[in-house]
Design a binder for this molecule. Structure first.
Ligand code: NAD
Ligand code: UDP
Length: 358
């Protein structure tokens, strides 16, 4: 019998890739998404890609905060585990609309956890982020690094950093408290580094609403002619070429990391555990742009401006814990990332074609 996994936010970027890997891995998936930042076209595309497993996926357009609707879904199905991606993630909006963000990301999670508990489903995988490391004192970042809401770049910028990662920090703390209160809870907190790229088919990928905050969706929109130039935030960092360095991880590798985490949940020794999902390699903005230009054959015009408030200089992961305990390691490098990102972008210059992506 296939195990059934509830995937919140499963229509979104990382969720859709993970749902596909779940189906191909023999799991059944039930997706809950309010489509606030996604389109049901992604669900249709995942079904096409899943071929013979197509009937193992069902979708509910439901908001996590709609407790009766979530209750009903749990009453109908016994879930092995929940993979919780649903959340809002636009940094700027989180600063201007903090209550919306707390309501959606924190209250939404609390409701989910309450319903899970009431139905005896106490296995959870949560999407956390490397932003919890702030501006790390050293690299690579290990899971033991202090969780920081303080950024040495300047206390005045703190509000930005805090809003960006507040959801993740709070939810991580809630999960730790929950496990301490009841050891039946088995929780894996996955700290993603920089998810990029798209499924090699080019049928699913990232389709951000409005102006992209992140580097690669922005580069992609310049390449297809939707924007005139990439704004590079700072070329005066102490890095190889002066631009910021990050750990870019292919979204399919990231999705596979969730399958590895699911397997780990059946380890009787697991409590509430944190794993970095990254590649362990740092790449600068200019290196990323150059790799994308090579993959796409498109020139990306650059406009160098000052540093973006709250940005760290260099962030990349220590991958040792995930490799040893999850038996998982990223397979793809930046060449494959850019190849697949361009394949998706050139086939879908306006993403899923929904009105928000135009
Ligand atoms: P995404 O916006 O593409 O996906 C999130 C999905 O959640 C969307 O489909 C959205 O419609 C849905 N959603 C939001 N609020 C909801 C609610 N209240 N009820 C039901 N559905 C809701 O984002 P993503 O890039 O796939 O990220 C997934 C998760 O991973 C997020 O929680 C994000 O904070 C976290 N994360 C993302 C990154 C990244 O760079 N993409 C990095 C670290 C962590
Ligand atoms: N960046 C940039 N221009 C952009 C978006 C991002 O120069 O339009 C830089 C940013 O300063 C950082 C890197 O690209 O050094 C990755 O930024 P992103 O927002 O994708 O990830 P994060 O900073 O959250 O790790």
């Amino acid at each position: 019998m296939s195990k059934i996994i509830l995937v919140t936010g499963g229509a979104g970027y990382i969720g859709s890739h993970t749902v596909l890997q779940l189906l191909l891995g023999g799991y059944k998936a039930v997706v809950v998404d309010n489509l606030d930042n996604s389109s049901d076209v992604s669900i249709k595309r995942v079904k096409e890609l899943a071929r013979e497993y197509v009937n193992n996926l069902s979708f509910h357009q439901v908001d996590l905060r709609d407790r009766p609707a979530i209750e009903k879904i749990f009453a109908q199905t016994k879930f092995e585990a929940v993979i919780h991606f649903a959340g809002l993630k636009a940094v700027g909006e989180s600063v201007s609309e903090p209550l919306l963000y707390h309501d959606n990301n924190v209250i939404g999670t609390v409701i989910l956890l309450e319903v899970m508990s009431a139905h005896g489903c106490k296995n959870l995988i949560f999407s956390s982020s490397a932003t919890v490391y702030g501006w790390p004192k050293e690299v690579p970042c290990t899971e033991e690094f202090p969780l920081t809401a303080v950024n040495p770049y300047g206390r005045t910028k703190c509000h930005l950093i805090i809003s960006d990662m507040v959801g993740q920090l709070f939810v991580e703390e809630i999960c730790r408290d929950l496990h301490n209160s009841d050891s039946k809870w088995k929780i894996i907190l996955l700290r993603y580094f920089n998810p990029v790229g798209a499924h090699p088919s080019g049928h699913i990928g990232e389709d951000p609403r409005g102006t992209p905050n992140n580097l690669m969706p922005f580069v992609q929109q310049v390449a297809v002619g939707r924007r005139s130039a990439l704004t590079v935030f700072g070329n005066d960092y102490s890095t190889k070429d002066g631009t910021g360095v990050r750990d870019y991880i292919h979204v399919v590798d990231l999705a596979d990391g969730h399958i590895a985490a699911l397997r780990k949940l059946s380890d009787p020794k697991i409590g509430c555990e944190v794993y970095n999902l990254g590649t362990g390699k740092g790449t600068s903005v200019l290196e990323m742009v150059s790799a994308f230009e090579k993959a796409s054959g498109k020139k990306i015009p650059l406009k160098i401006v000052g540093r973006r408030p709250g940005d760290a200089e260099v962030v990349y992961a220590s991958t040792k814990k995930a490799e040893t305990e999850l038996k998982w390691k990223a397979k793809y490098g930046i060449e494959e990332i850019c190849r697949d990102q361009w394949n998706w972008a050139s086939k879908n210059p306006y993403g899923y074609g929904s009105s928000h992506s135009k």
